[in-house]
Design a protein around this ligand. Structure first.
Ligand code: ADP
Ligand code: MG
Length: 237
């Protein structure tokens, strides 16, 4: 890691328990093939906390993030994001609430094909109405922090899977969202890069009091987390 990443200019105010899942059960598919992806999950994440959730493939890790991020409605239970029960919001308000409070890093970066690496970060700030000098500086510092300064002008088809993954993470960090949900951030990275990325996540989580949930099956990065939870057949322990 080289120079420090400057703060976004409206860093979120600290507020207890920004993310709370209570008795969350998620059934997927239809009856004979129905799967219980999540089974009575309770999870509370406070600002400044990096929670790692590990578990084997198919244990419900991505489902947990989809429900926590309001992308999927649970079959039972409630999800509170920044003090609001998502089930009380209309779809339109839920989308707005999600955009305002949650940053999501998908396992496959979902980058825009026509934009350069740097433009992916600037677009995020622009859409939020926050593309100013400070945001540009922060974008450049984050590109540097994920080791992508030299590739800042490349489009996704000119980048490797691991490079796209690093851009996806840097993009999510631009706005320092109150809640950051990260799916397998090191799956395409070598050891040294994985370490840098997870250290950056931990450092940004603390610096900006973000409530970060990182799901992973990479046991070598778990030491960066404040808490490590395990999912097994949809049950969290
Ligand atoms: P993980 O991320 O830990 O690999 P997932 O959350 O993706 O696990 O999946 C949890 C379980 O739900 C798995 O058994 C998976 O096969 C199942 N599943 C995921 N998506 C669907 C779906 N659309 N329909 C039915 N089952 C699904
Ligand atoms: Mg998954």
């Amino acid at each position: 890691m080289t120079r420090p990443v400057p703060a976004p200019h409206n860093a979120p105010a600290a507020e207890a328990a920004v993310l709370r899942l209570t008795g969350v059960t998620l059934h997927l598919g239809r009856d004979p093939q129905q799967v219980t992806a999540l089974d009575a999950v309770d999870l509370t994440v406070d600002p400044g906390e990096l929670v790692a959730v590990t578990g084997p493939s198919g244990s419900g890790k991505s489902s947990l993030l989809a429900v926590a991020g309001g992308l999927q409605t649970p079959t039972r239970g409630t999800v509170h994001v920044a003090g609001t029960d998502l089930s009380t919001l209309s779809e339109r308000h839920r989308t707005a609430h999600r955009r305002r409070h949650i940053g999501y890093v998908f396992q496959h970066a979902n980058l825009f094909g026509s934009l350069t690496a740097r433009e992916q970060l600037l677009l995020t700030a622009h859409v939020a109405g926050r593309l100013d000098t400070a945001a540009r500086r922060r974008a450049d510092a984050l590109l540097d922090a994920v080791g992508m300064s030299a590739r800042a002008g490349h489009r996704p088809d000119q980048l490797s899977g691991g490079e796209r993954q690093r851009i996806g993470l840097a993009r999510a960090l631009v706005l320092a969202p109150e809640i950051l949900l990260v799916d397998e951030p090191t799956s395409a990275l070598d050891r040294a890069r994985a370490r840098d990325i997870v250290d950056l996540l931990a450092q940004q989580t603390r610096a900006h009091h973000t409530a970060t949930v990182m799901v992973t099956h990479d046991h070598e990065i778990l030491d960066a987390a404040d808490r490590v939870l395990t999912l097994r057949d949809g049950r969290l322990s």
